[in-house]
Design a protein around this ligand. Structure first.
Ligand SMILES: [Cu+2]
Length: 392
């Protein structure tokens, strides 16, 4: 049965009685498909967040003073340019954590940005389909945001990219129009390509709308140094940290966005996943019937360097995509905050292969060249002791 409940009524019920998360039956399929449901779901989640944070008493991080992360297209031109200036600055800033004796083993690490890429390469098999996938990436992008501030003078917050707004034709998104206020253009179009079979996911991928170098906008002349390691139809490097200077490539592909990253995909993910196992598996494409999920789908929608499993942080867009992933997690958590704030499930190896111990909130999680180890528990709450931010 489908019926409609007002957002205000749902939010107040939820806040007062700590009711269970709203059910997908509360919206019609049309409301799910046209974005009405998602708008209301995020409103309920933020009402709950306001209530929850408000009960914490005299702590320094309050809803009103938390940093606000916004969708890139909703930022001013000046703020967008400030962000991309800082992102390119980080690609020219020397490494900060790598010691001289380590550097010889990492010939491709030339910049602070490369330290993020190398860390992700190093840890790929321990941060995807693990208990800490969501938490690890949350902290990874938070440090990126804080490096933009401390190393490159950025005064804003990390933007996110709501790919669902662009699912019909990501190549036509205002984010990628290639002007100086954009996130840079598509890759140059390479014609005459045929379908590619992706073995891991068992699907046939049609060619995208780009494929070559990003040729206009803020990232047109950046030079990447690491990877790719596992891209189809590319010259992959032979070793993880090889120096491989080249342009940034993209290949926007609506095949993925239309199948895995629509507004109904994200709404159904959040409302139909009652248990964390379902939520994190489905998000990453480890649930049946959806080999990508919104996480994998977002990477493949961009294509090129952003779709390389290991070295995807090469593309600054990685951090905006993972901002959206983090926003989805906080939304899911806040729909039933008392049950979901501190819940984790899984081990520290990809799909538990090879088998490893169940992770706990007391575990210290490593961040390679990004920063020192952080206790898992500290990564669970955007208003907790490590952070103070929210999405809007
Ligand atoms: Cu990742």
């Amino acid at each position: 049965m489908h019926f409609k409940t007002s957002v205000a009524a749902l939010a107040s019920i939820s806040a007062l009685a700590a009711a269970q998360a709203p059910s997908i039956d509360q919206w019609t399929q049309q409301e799910i498909n046209n974005g009405t449901a998602w708008t209301e779901v995020t409103q309920i989640a933020s009402e709950n967040q306001i209530y929850n944070v408000g009960t914490r008493g005299d702590v320094s991080c309050q809803y009103g003073n938390a940093k606000v992360r916004k969708e890139f297209r909703h930022m001013s031109n000046a703020d967008r340019k400030a962000f991309t200036d800082a992102a390119t600055c980080l690609m020219k800033t020397p490494p900060q954590h790598m010691r001289a004796d380590q550097a010889k083993n990492y010939p491709g690490v030339k910049s602070r940005h490369d330290e993020y890429v190398a860390t992700h390469i190093n840890m790929t098999m321990n941060i995807h389909a693990t208990a800490d996938f969501l938490a690890w990436h949350r902290n990874f992008i938070w440090h990126y945001e804080s490096d933009l501030k401390t190393l490159c003078g950025y005064e804003g917050t990390l933007p996110y990219w709501n790919w669902a707004l662009d699912a019909a034709a990501p190549q036509d998104s205002p984010l990628f129009n290639g002007d100086e206020y954009s996130m840079g253009s598509n890759g140059e179009y390479i014609s005459g390509r045929s379908d590619t079979y992706l073995y891991t996911q068992g699907i046939n991928m049609p060619p995208g709308t780009g494929g070559g170098c990003v040729n206009s906008g803020p990232f047109k002349s950046v030079q990447l140094h690491l990877g790719p390691l596992d891209l189809p139809n590319a010259e992959n490097v032979n070793s993880n940290y090889q120096y491989n200077p080249r342009c940034l490539k993209r290949d926007f592909n609506s095949f993925f966005s239309n199948s895995y990253n629509t507004i109904s995909n994200v709404t159904e993910l959040v409302l139909e996943s009652i248990y964390l196992e379902d939520f994190q598996d489905r998000m990453q494409g480890y649930a049946s019937g959806d080999p990508f999920g919104v996480h994998g789908g977002g990477h493949w929608t961009v294509g090129g360097d952003a779709s390389d499993f290991h070295s995807s942080p090469n593309d600054p867009l990685f951090f905006l995509h993972h901002g959206m992933i983090d926003y989805i997690w906080t939304t899911w958590q806040n729909l039933d905050i008392y049950r979901r704030q501190l819940i984790i499930k899984g081990t520290s190896t990809l799909g538990n292969s090879p088998p490893s111990a169940e992770m706990t909130l007391d575990d210290m999680i490593p961040f390679g060249f990004v920063t020192g180890d952080v206790e898992f528990r500290k990564l669970m709450d955007t208003f907790g002791d490590a952070y103070c931010y929210r999405y809007e």
